[in-house]
Write a protein that binds this ligand. Structure first.
Ligand code: FAD
Ligand code: DHB
Length: 389
């Protein structure tokens, strides 16, 4: 098989890139290791930056997001038994939309398949070859048959555990990382929303987050031991923990319901550079990871592929490689900003078991500053809604 751009991974990065390239008349084929059902059912992100919404809308894949997603103009920070609103729109003129990542995936798969786009699901044994040649290739197995896909470029959109990043040798690759001594316990609940806006709560017992999915399904998270097991958490224990961490002086209370999914995710910050090696480019989680507290991961994947799409338009349209050559430097500017913001939100809102009383007071002072200073609240808000793409 032959195509112009071979894409590894059908996450938000790979699928959106394939769609944007198609709109510019550039052919691509996507190779995905999981099934369509699997990728359309995996519960992950929920918050889309304004810039992400704009790209989905401008590229004609935002209709359902606009109907079913909910625009939020603020978030709340809760600590010391009180809730404080950060008015995102008043401070920045922008907003966020809550629309689940797997719904974005469904919309992108549908639009690719409707345009006869090629996505090979359930491929295995994927390996990358001849990355410095003009026609690099991908070897894989699909339906028990070995295959070779040659292309002008290969884009690794295969997430943190994929095979693309390791295809870049240790020299020149440089990885930066930090892991956190806690994870998030995530649940999906059948209940009406408890709050009109997301609540990020700092509490001595640990962080908690109230998010939403729809008028009937809610998404909640709480800080946990990353090595804990969901089987240790009965529904009663989960509600009791969440109620303690979210308790508020004003009598606000969580609306409980049937918990129908539980999972634990680890947290890390990670950046790999360069994001290009010969004819291989990395995008999204394949190149960088943020802890989820700033809701940045999927949005970064989207901004990476937007840069790549523009680079390929310039390359195929004008024979000019300038944007592609500058990809690592341009993408990493935004990535490091988001890395800092995500680390900062995580540090400000989570409980560190080894924090000294001095560090605990600093954390409280920082939260008080953010909710009382317009300048500090604006800094949070402009990062949260996302800088211009
Ligand atoms: P992925 O979504 O990981 O997609 C990679 C794809 O490649 C997968 O489908 C995988 O099966 C496939 N693949 C892997 N290896 C191979 C291989 N060898 N061959 C072929 N295919 C392969 N981000 C936000 O922006 N906002 C949020 O609110 C937010 N909340 C989050 C909450 C949680 C609980 C979690 C876990 C994450 C959250 N994120 C959030 C992060 C976001 O989900 C990721 O950053 C996003 O999925 C990255 O997209 P991607 O396309 O780069 O990678
Ligand atoms: C959600 C996830 C996040 O990481 C976040 O910061 C806010 C909301 C969510 O899944 O709804």
């Amino acid at each position: 098989m032959k195509t112009q751009v071979a894409i590894i991974g059908a996450g938000p990065a790979g699928l959106l890139l394939s769609h944007l390239l198609h709109l510019s008349g550039i052919a691509s084929i996507v190779l995905e290791s999981r099934s369509r059902n699997d990728i359309e059912a995996t519960i992950r992100a929920g918050v889309l930056e304004q810039g992400t919404m704009d790209i989905l809308t401008e590229s004609g894949v935002g209709a359902r997001m606009q109907r079913e997603g909910v625009v939020h103009h603020g978030i709340e920070l809760a600590f010391g038994g009180r809730r404080h609103r950060i008015d995102l729109t008043a401070l920045t003129g922008r907003a966020i939309t809550v629309y689940a990542q797997h719904e974005v995936i469904k919309d992108l798969v549908a639009v690719r398949l409707a345009a006869d786009g090629k996505i090979l699901f359930e491929v295995s044994d994927v390996s990358l070859h001849d990355l410095h040649d003009e026609t690099p290739s991908v070897r894989y197995t699909h339906q028990s048959e070995p295959g070779v896909l040659s292309a002008d470029f290969i884009i690794g959109c295969d997430g943190f555990h994929g095979i693309s990043r390791p295809a870049i040798p240790e020299n020149p690759r440089q990885d930066f990382q930090r892991s956190y001594p806690f994870g998030w316990f995530g649940i999906l609940v059948e209940a009406p929303p408890s709050s009109d806006e997301l609540i990020y709560a700092q509490h001595q017992r640990g962080f908690a987050l109230v998010s939403t999915r729809s008028p009937t399904v809610q998404r909640l998270y709480f800080q946990c031991d990353p090595k804990d097991d969901v089987s240790n958490w009965s529904d009663d224990r989960i509600w009791s923990e969440l109620n303690m961490r979210l308790a508020c002086e004003d009598g606000w209370a969580l609306k409980e319901g049937r918990i129908f999914q539980k999972n634990i995710i680890g947290m890390r910050s990670f950046v790999s550079t360069p994001m290009q090696y010969g004819r291989l480019f990395l995008a999204g989680d394949a190149a960088h990871i943020v802890p989820p507290t700033g809701a940045k991961g999927m949005n970064l994947a989207v901004s990476d592929v937007r840069l790549l799409a523009r680079g390929f338009e310039q390359f195929y349209g004008k024979g000019n490689q300038e944007l592609l050559a500058g990809y690592t430097a341009t993408a990493l500017k935004r990535v490091w900003r988001a890395e800092h913001f995500s680390w900062w939100m995580t540090s400000m809102l989570h409980t560190f078991a080894d924090a000294s009383p001095f560090q605990q007071e600093l954390q409280r002072a920082e939260l008080e500053y953010v909710v009382s200073s317009r300048a500090a609240a604006t800094a949070l808000a402009e990062n949260y809604v996302g800088l211009a793409m």
